[in-house]
Design a binder for this molecule. Structure first.
Ligand SMILES: Cc1cc2nc3c(=O)[nH]c(=O)nc-3n(C[C@H](O)[C@H](O)[C@H](O)COP(=O)(O)OP(=O)(O)OC[C@H]3O[C@@H](n4cnc5c(N)ncnc54)[C@H](O)[C@@H]3O)c2cc1C
Ligand SMILES: NC(=O)C1=CN([C@@H]2O[C@H](COP(=O)(O)OP(=O)(O)OC[C@H]3O[C@@H](n4cnc5c(N)ncnc54)[C@H](OP(=O)(O)O)[C@@H]3O)[C@@H](O)[C@H]2O)C=CC1
Length: 487
């Protein structure tokens, strides 16, 4: 890999490349590496504004189509195939008709095919307030660490991936976690799983290490809930936006849910179903008023409130955009502008989605889209017809939440299933939480928390649409190994 930090293609010099990829995140690097596999003989150029790129390491199958992997940050100089020329620069202008781009440092680069992988940026509330920070990349984490050094109290706003991670990882500081929902981690799980996690947050010892999983001998609860039980009138009132297969108050009757975490600094103080009404900054503190008039005085606020696709460049032909601000792409990752593709957080998947898939801005999908865009650009150059990768048939995501391995499959929270579904749950406190989302007896989605070893079985059940009605609740009977049953 020839890396150019500016010496080979100096300012105002022209350069041409068969394939041009913009962005050194997972999507861009995967796209460039895919192109280097298919066309080591062609000129492939990767531009990225940061001299640190993200690469995949320790890729490991969890099921047939679901992988877990680590993401490593590496310097440009030692990590990409030799066919890829890398340039540290920022894309500024695209001249689509004449197939060239101009960069901040005055480079003009001609391309045959280009893929935009410029990611997303945190969608901060009060973006211009120096005591309101977001988390996106290493720099933002360094800023967080700087703030933490002098802080005793922090407010965490948001109820998704970042907030859930920080609620678990922040130590030695009083955390006020403000969530809009009646349970934590709502973008990933339902109240039942949230309660399961809640136990683990409280289980943390003062030194932040995990207490031994209490109740690991506790019995497993297997419970079936039909939509009308789940969608109780209270829930209707609470959630004007039905998130999907959320469990209603019925679930709560089986457990005493602790509202606020205990007073130790390592258990976040959770403010449920609240949002911020007012923020005032004074004497290096911020004073927050919540919509229920609760007040929080803290040193800074982390706005873990989602992302917005990042395309800080112009194009001579306007891009079609998705409603969420991403660059619209079809199933071949093509934009509406000829020979320009897009992949990862920057794009919006506008093709008709498979019945078990939906878009979520994750490493998992950034990698899948980067690879699909690479294959698609190859096919265009060689004039071949290809089909969309099978990975877009089934939503699959492997992650860690509150110290547990988590696998999310298909419509794991009943997303888009309307009202005719039911849930089958098996929960063993401190050990595992398994939720099946069933529609007309077929498995449509699953949440697997803990070492359940059920990912591949669930993948098969979802994709093969096997009618599980005859098995009743035995499907999740802890004494029956359904892996053998359906393998
Ligand atoms: C704190 C945090 C934790 C996360 N944890 C997880 C997780 O556990 N699992 C998971 O699946 N996902 C996770 N995500 C989401 C995941 O990071 C993203 O979905 C994924 O990294 C998107 O990859 P990308 O390549 O599309 O974009 P990015 O990784 O944002 O890369 C975009 C690249 O484009 C470059 N760029 C931008 N504009 C230009 C320009 N004009 N010219 C040149 N270069 C440009 C940027 O410098 C960057 O290198 C997390 C996100 C955050 C913020
Ligand atoms: N383990 C993993 O897989 C992780 C994945 N990620 C990914 O990285 C990206 C960024 O993560 P994150 O920022 O947590 O985004 P997420 O989309 O995961 O969560 C955003 C949260 O903020 C809430 N929210 C949005 N606007 C406001 C507001 N104005 N006031 C209060 N709450 C608000 C959202 O509520 P609502 O949904 O109701 O709008 C949601 O609960 C996401 O794509 C996420 O999936 C990040 C960390 C870990």
């Amino acid at each position: 890999m020839a890396s150019d930090s500016g010496d080979h293609i100096t300012q105002f010099e022209e350069h041409s490349s068969t394939f041009l990829v913009v962005g050194g995140g997972i999507a861009g690097v995967t796209c460039a590496e895919t192109l280097a596999i298919y066309h080591p003989e062609e000129k492939i150029t990767l531009i990225t504004e940061s001299s640190v790129i993200k690469t995949i390491a320790n890729l490991e199958p969890v099921a047939r189509y679901v992988y877990k992997f680590d993401v490593k940050e590496q310097s440009l100089n030692d990590s990409l195939p030799p066919a890829i020329l890398t340039i540290v620069d920022r894309l500024k202008t695209i001249e689509a008709l004449d197939h060239f781009v101009l960069t901040e440092n005055g480079r003009r680069i001609y391309y045959k095919y280009m893929c935009l992988c410029t990611g997303a940026t945190p969608n901060l509330i009060l973006g211009n307030n120096p005591r309101v920070i977001g988390i996106r990349d290493t720099d933002s984490v360094l800023t967080l660490q700087e703030f933490l050094k002098h802080a005793k109290k922090v407010t965490l706003l948001g109820n998704g991936g970042i907030a859930s991670e920080l609620a678990y990882e922040l130590h030695g500081i009083e955390v006020h976690w403000v969530v809009k929902d009646n349970h934590i981690a709502s973008t990933f799980v339902d109240p039942g799983a949230a309660h399961f996690f809640q136990e683990s947050i409280h289980l943390k010892k003062p030194d932040g290490s995990n207490a031994d999983k209490a109740n690991s001998q506790s019995t497993s609860i297997v419970k079936r809930l039909r939509y009308k039980e789940i969608q109780s009138k209270e829930l209707c009132k609470e959630n004007n936006k039905i998130r999907g297969a959320a469990l209603g108050p019925d679930w709560h009757r089986n457990f005493t849910l602790t509202g606020n975490a205990s007073s130790t600094t390592d258990s976040p103080i959770i403010h449920y179903k609240t949002h911020i009404k007012e923020i005032v900054e004074k004497n290096k503190k911020i004073f927050i008023t919540l919509n229920n008039d609760e007040r929080i005085e803290c040193d800074f606020l982390i706005s873990a409130t989602g992302v917005e696709p990042h395309h800080n460049y112009s194009c001579s032909i306007p891009f079609s955009m998705g409603t969420d601000g991403g660059i619209a792409v079809n199933d071949m990752m093509e934009t509406n502008v000829l020979d320009i593709y897009a992949a990862g957080d920057v794009c919006t998947a506008m093709w008709e989605h498979g019945e078990h898939w939906f878009q979520m801005r994750l490493w998992t999908q950034a990698r899948q889209m980067g690879c699909m865009a690479g294959r698609s650009m190859d096919a265009k150059l060689t004039n071949e017809v290809i089909y969309q990768d099978f990975c877009f048939e089934l939503f699959g995501h492997v992650t860690q939440l509150f110290g547990y391995p988590v696998v999310l499959l298909g419509r794991y929270n009943g997303q888009g299933l309307g009202t005719d579904y039911e849930l089958l749950i098996r929960s063993t406190a401190g050990k595992e939480y398994i939720k099946f989302v069933l529609q007309n007896g077929r498995l449509r989605g699953a949440i697997l928390i803990g070492n359940t070893e059920l990912a591949e079985t669930c993948e098969n059940l979802i994709l093969n649409k096997i009618d599980l009605t005859p098995y009743g609740d035995d499907i999740l009977n802890p004494d029956i190994d359904i892996e053998d049953y359906f393998d």
